[in-house]
Design a protein around this ligand. Structure first.
Ligand SMILES: Cc1cc2nc3c(=O)[nH]c(=O)nc-3n(C[C@H](O)[C@H](O)[C@H](O)COP(=O)(O)OP(=O)(O)OC[C@H]3O[C@@H](n4cnc5c(N)ncnc54)[C@H](O)[C@@H]3O)c2cc1C
Ligand SMILES: *[C@@H]1O[C@H](CO)[C@@H](O)[C@H](O)[C@H]1NC(C)=O
Ligand SMILES: *[C@@H]1O[C@H](CO)[C@@H](O)[C@H](O)[C@H]1NC(C)=O
Ligand SMILES: *[C@@H]1O[C@H](CO)[C@@H](O)[C@H](O)[C@H]1NC(C)=O
Ligand SMILES: *[C@@H]1O[C@H](CO)[C@@H](O)[C@H](O)[C@H]1NC(C)=O
Length: 599
């Protein structure tokens, strides 16, 4: 593994004197134990947002522990260039310098398949490798959130300021986009208050303009950006991109780089958090860490709090190896139980997708030619500015396609808020399957679950963070998920065959028109279903009276003191919308304020 370069990379590129300032007791030896006010585990999407906000207060010291390092030192320009997102995802699946290399347990719903479970191991976390979709939740889903956790500060009206707080919105560039790729957004919901760039890519995908037309004809109308609390209709998506450079915007670019010189913020990259330490009164006192650069483990102590932002897999894993989790599971590995919390590692939910590809007369975007590279590097325009999935639609499955839903599916879906979409249709301007003919145009759509009911688990196999946990997401085990994907698949097939799409669609390539019966299509699902990497809720937020809740409304872990989880793991469930990173930034902003006001 080629991790770390912590001090070296900082010392060479940035302001070394300030990074290792007097506030930090180990300025001369980064392998020595040291104390901070806050110790944050995970320099990812939520962790860097929190680190930035907490260290805004002069004199408050913050340590960030991150196993990875600066993306450019590991993956070159793959993280910066939006159109390389697909290549970076593939790299992060297997390359242990860029990702964690996680695999699922064999999935019963997919005929026993073992699938990759992609997580980034880089500063910025998954925000450094994702497809940049940015969207807020619906009003009804946030009311459900507020009710589930017993805290009305989570309603739409109350979280909207925190959604806006990080956002630096720039309107679309009509000079560089196709005239018929005109995005719409309601300026009442945009903001220019924060450091996170949100905009439309300088180049819109042609396929999106056709899908917009086709879906509108199929009764799924045009909508503005999914940032208004309403999630229905088709839209060009706002993305986390920097319009001035054309590059990706992430928690690294927005929340870390601008403040690396703060003398009260210290970054331990290339450093693995091994265990949260507790004293005899169950108060978290710090984190035991190891670093490839250091001869032995050492301790980063927290005078105020330890905050876990290690993501949906490792926040629960770190709790369990530290003694917070289901007592029986901990006993198996002789882990001393600090708090018996049966919910730790339960509740894993994700957005699952099924791909369809058509032969079309639309050229695949040219992201490889010198002309495209030049357009990107000199004018911040062209296909390299676009990660690919810049157009999406959301809906509840319309009546004509839900006639075969089982009674249980109907009842389950009826219990959701009226504005919670069941399905997303997301474009990709490429062929999904290999075997495409050179010179032929291909275009794809993903049918994506928006109200997933299959629930999985994360479990430990040892007391060590060095051993990957067992990830069993149980994809496609809930009948409702199968029913919704089947209905969405049929809806999209009908749409592709419509007269509105006839000018571009030339026939189905994947899975192919030979698959017609429900049984055949469901067999295809077992081969083709995959995650869109939105896993959530493995340390779920809930009321103190809920024994399966792991954290309370401000992220505090029940049963112990001075420990929070604030990241994708700590949501009560996966909120709807194509871009859950937006909720994670919102939660980190909200709870940074809570911490500052000592709540
Ligand atoms: C390929 C891909 C595409 C996606 N596309 C989109 C999209 O278009 N829009 C969207 O909104 N969302 C997307 N997502 C999901 C979104 O990016 C994630 O849900 C979100 O970034 C997770 O944030 P987090 O803070 O919970 O964790 P992360 O951002 O994953 O951060 C966790 C960090 O903790 C570090 N860490 C873990 N364990 C330890 C340890 N023991 N010691 C030290 N460090 C540790 C990790 O290395 C990582 O940097 C995508 C995700 C992937 C993988
Ligand atoms: C991981 O990817 C980086 C960047 O492409 C490369 O330098 C490195 O050799 C890869 N490591 C492995 C183990 O494949
Ligand atoms: C747990 O402790 C028991 C008794 O000391 C020992 O026999 C067993 O091997 C230990 N298990 C593990 C996983 O360390
Ligand atoms: C990204 O880096 C690679 C390898 O150095 C280079 O070939 C490619 O042109 C770069 N892309 C851009 C857009 O600069
Ligand atoms: C319902 O199921 C029947 C039998 O499999 C099938 O012919 C029909 O097309 C299905 N209807 C829908 C809307 O899926």
């Amino acid at each position: 593994m080629a991790l770390p370069r912590l001090i070296l990379s900082l010392a060479v590129c940035l302001a070394p004197a300030q990074v290792w300032a007097a506030a930090v007791s180990h300025a001369t030896d980064p392998c020595r134990s040291a104390s901070f006010d806050y110790v944050i585990v995970g320099g990812g999407t939520s962790g860097l947002t929190l680190a930035n906000r907490l260290s805004e207060t002069p004199g408050v010291t913050v340590a960030i522990i991150e196993a990875g390092t600066f993306p450019e030192n590991v993956v070159g320009n793959l993280s910066a260039v939006p159109a390389y997102a697909g290549r970076l995802e593939a790299l992060a699946e297997t390359n242990l310098s860029a990702g964690w290399g996680f695999r699922t347990a064999p999935q019963p719903g997919l005929g026993g398949t073992v699938a990759p479970f992609v997580r980034a191991k880089l500063l910025g976390g998954c925000s450094s490798i994702n497809f940049a979709a940015y969207s807020r939740a619906s009003k009804g889903s946030l009311q459900k959130f507020a009710d589930a956790v017993g805290d009305q500060s989570y309603t739409w009206d109350n979280v909207l300021p925190y959604y806006k707080k990080s956002m630096l919105f720039t309107p679309p560039n009509s000079a560089t986009r196709f005239p018929n790729a005109t995005p719409s957004y309601d300026p009442a919901y945009t903001a220019r208050r924060g450091p996170l760039d949100v905009t439309y890519p300088a180049y819109g995908e042609a396929w999106g303009t056709w899908v917009a037309r086709g879906l509108t004809a199929a009764g799924l109308p045009r909508a503005g950006a999914f940032i208004t609390g309403t999630l229905n209709g088709n839209t060009f998506q706002v993305l986390t991109l920097n319009p001035r450079t054309g590059h990706r915007a992430s928690s690294d670019t927005a929340f870390l780089r601008p403040v690396l010189s703060r003398n009260n913020l210290v970054l331990f990259d290339g450093t693995l958090a091994e265990r949260v330490l507790f004293d005899s009164s169950k108060t978290a006192t710090g984190v035991s860490v190891s670093s490839t650069k250091c001869p032995a483990a050492f301790t980063l102590s927290a005078r105020k709090e330890v905050i876990l932002s290690a993501g949906v897999i490792q926040s629960p894993q770190l709790l369990m190896v530290s003694g917070v989790g289901p007592a029986a599971a901990l006993a198996q590995y002789n882990i001393t139980v600090v708090a018996d919390r049966p919910g730790v590692g339960q509740g894993l939910v994700d957005h699952i997708l099924i791909p369809l590809t058509w032969k079309t007369n639309l050229a695949i975007p040219d992201t490889a030619s010198p002309a495209s590279v030049n357009a990107f590097n000199t004018a911040e325009t062209g296909p390299l500015t676009n990660p690919g999935g810049d157009f999406a639609a959301l809906e509840k499955i319309p009546a004509a396609f839900r006639t075969n839903f089982s009674a249980s599916t109907t009842a389950t879906l009826a219990a959701l808020p009226a504005d919670w979409p069941e399905v997303e249709y997301l474009i990709s301007p490429f062929a999904v399957s290999p075997g495409a003919t050179p010179g032929q145009g291909y275009s794809s759509l993903f049918v994506v679950l928006q109200a997933p009911q299959s629930v999985g688990t994360v479990g430990i196999v040892s007391a060590s963070m060095a051993d990957a946990p067992v990830i069993n997401p149980n994809w496609l085990t809930a009948q409702a998920d199968i029913d919704v994907l089947l209905a969405g698949f049929k809806r999209i097939r009908a749409f592709a065959a419509s007269s509105a799409m006839a000018p571009v669609v030339q026939g189905e390539f994947l899975p192919g028109a030979q698959l017609q019966t429900d049984a055949q299509i469901l067999e295809y699902f077992k081969l083709a279903a995959t995650s869109i990497h939105h896993g959530h809720a493995t340390c779920k937020m809930g009321k103190a009276s809920d024994p399966s809740a792991v954290v309370g409304p401000t992220g505090k872990v029940y049963g112990v003191k001075n420990l929070r989880v604030i990241d994708s793991a700590s949501f009560p469930f996966l909120l709807p919308g194509p871009g859950p990173q937006t909720h994670i930034y919102m939660l980190a902003e909200k709870l940074a304020d809570a911490i500052k006001s000592r709540n």
